[in-house]
Design a protein around this ligand. Structure first.
Ligand code: URA
Length: 432
């Protein structure tokens, strides 16, 4: 078998066999296919497309290119949740304790932030002492003891995807629905869960800019799940403005704690209730209404908050910060963004807010960059709100005063106004 022939076959619009796909993935992962040939193949895949069988074969080949995590020592159905990425998305911090408090195990591997999207692992590490690098044995023991554990990737999970994603990033081949579906699902399958809930974001702060593309991506991932015997559900949700009010690591942890105390922002609370209910539904097979009732009960009774404390303690974090959030370190400088006119907020561009938060020090431009946990943005108004000239729209936090001007320009340009009340986007568009 020759890589040249496989490239030519895809270039001419033919379907690749499982054996050809496995050949490409194995040889590329072991550095026996050079980047220039893999780039040509990825571009042919991007332009000619992949059918469902090819996407499934690609997913499995990438999943099996590294460690396949075995969670069989955790009894019951293990449900994972994956968000396709957004700004201010701290849902894992809230959902993991809610779902565990409802009796469903959450054994979750999460990532770090890169570019304008934040990562759950960075957020958790802003809690002093919190450990996210935990051995496989301890990970399983914690889940079995308290029902949830959230760690960074252990072992080598889908190394083929890691290598291919880095190449796609520099060869203009990221925005292919088939390649994105295979990339996400390969990591989820390798991480060992039985069922997967996908939060597919749509909007200006998401990979999928249109509803139709989000539905296509969701359908592809659900059908990959069927073909590999995983129960997969996808929820299409809005990312036309940041989720909640806080953007930035410890700022988001503080907002997550408020939400676990049932005092969080409306949009974040609504989305977390929906995602957690659907995760429990996948695991328990009870009616969705019953699952939602359980979620609301653990939020009201404080059991979800108590479970978060248990998780923090089990992973070495200092629980006193969770009980008293005023203990979190504060940024050295803060700056208010003031409304220059009265009117209704018609849009808050999530991508620009994410970029501003990164400038302030909350995110990384490259994997090697360090981050300031207390930097970021608190939005004081959201889409649909009426503000008067002179009101505070947002507060910026940073340790580097010289970053404020650039961040201020980004946030100011992210916020648009109308004289009349705009029709609000739905938060949850569809369940697939
Ligand atoms: N997230 C992924 O993990 N892979 C993609 O291709 C796009 C988003």
């Amino acid at each position: 078998m020759k890589i040249y022939d496989i490239i030519a076959k895809k270039r001419d619009g033919f379907k690749l066999t499982k054996t050809e796909i496995e050949f490409v993935i194995n040889k590329y992962t072991s550095n026996k296919i050079p980047d220039y040939q893999m780039s040509a193949l990825l571009m042919a895949m991007y332009l000619k497309g992949l059918d469902d069988q090819e996407i499934t074969d690609l997913t499995l080949a990438m999943a099996e290119s590294g460690d396949m995590i075995d969670l069989s020592e955790i009894p019951g159905i293990k449900v994972d949740k994956h968000s396709t990425g957004g700004v201010g998305d701290k849902t894992t911090l809230i959902i993991a304790p809610i779902v565990a408090a409802c009796g469903v195990s959450v054994a979750k591997m999460s990532g770090r932030g890169l570019g304008y999207t934040g990562g759950t692992i960075d957020k958790l590490e802003s809690i002093p002492g919190f450990k996210t690098q935990i051995s496989q044995e301890d990970f399983i023991n914690i889940v079995n003891k308290i029902g949830a554990c959230v760690v960074g990737q252990s072992g080598i999970l889908a190394p083929a995807d890691k290598k291919i994603y880095a190449l796609r990033d520099v060869t203009a081949t990221v925005e292919s629905i088939g390649l994105i579906a295979a990339s996400i699902m390969s990591k989820k399958i390798a991480s060992g869960c039985d069922a997967i809930l996908l939060d597919v974001k749509v909007g200006d702060g998401a990979f999928m800019k249109t509803y139709d593309d989000a539905v296509k991506l969701a359908n592809k991932m659900v059908s990959i799940g069927k073909m590999v015997n995983r129960n997969v559900r996808a929820i299409i949700t809005d990312m036309n403005q940041p989720l909640g009010n806080a953007i930035g690591n410890s700022l988001e942890v503080i907002e997550a704690i408020k939400t676990l105390k049932n005092q969080g922002p409306k949009d974040l609370t609504e989305l977390c209730i929906c995602l957690a209910s659907n995760m429990i539904y996948l695991a328990k097979k009870q009616s969705l209404a019953d699952c939602e009732k359980q979620v609301r009960d653990v939020l009201k009774s404080g059991k979800a908050f108590d479970k978060f404390i248990e998780i923090v303690k089990a992973q070495g974090g200092d629980e006193s910060y969770i009980r008293d959030v005023s203990k979190f370190n504060k940024a050295k400088f803060s700056y208010n963004i003031i409304a220059e006119r009265s009117g209704y907020i018609s849009n808050i561009n999530a991508q620009l807010c994410g970029a501003a938060s990164m400038v302030l020090g909350a995110g990384r431009a490259t994997k090697e960059d360090s981050i300031d946990y207390a930097s970021g943005i608190i939005l004081k108004a959201k889409t649909g709100d009426f503000v008067k000239k002179g009101d505070i729209l947002a507060v910026l936090f940073t340790f580097e005063q010289e970053k404020i001007n650039q961040a201020q320009d980004l946030v100011s340009s992210a916020i648009s106004f109308l004289d009349t009340k705009p029709t609000k986007n739905k938060l949850i568009y569809n369940i697939i």
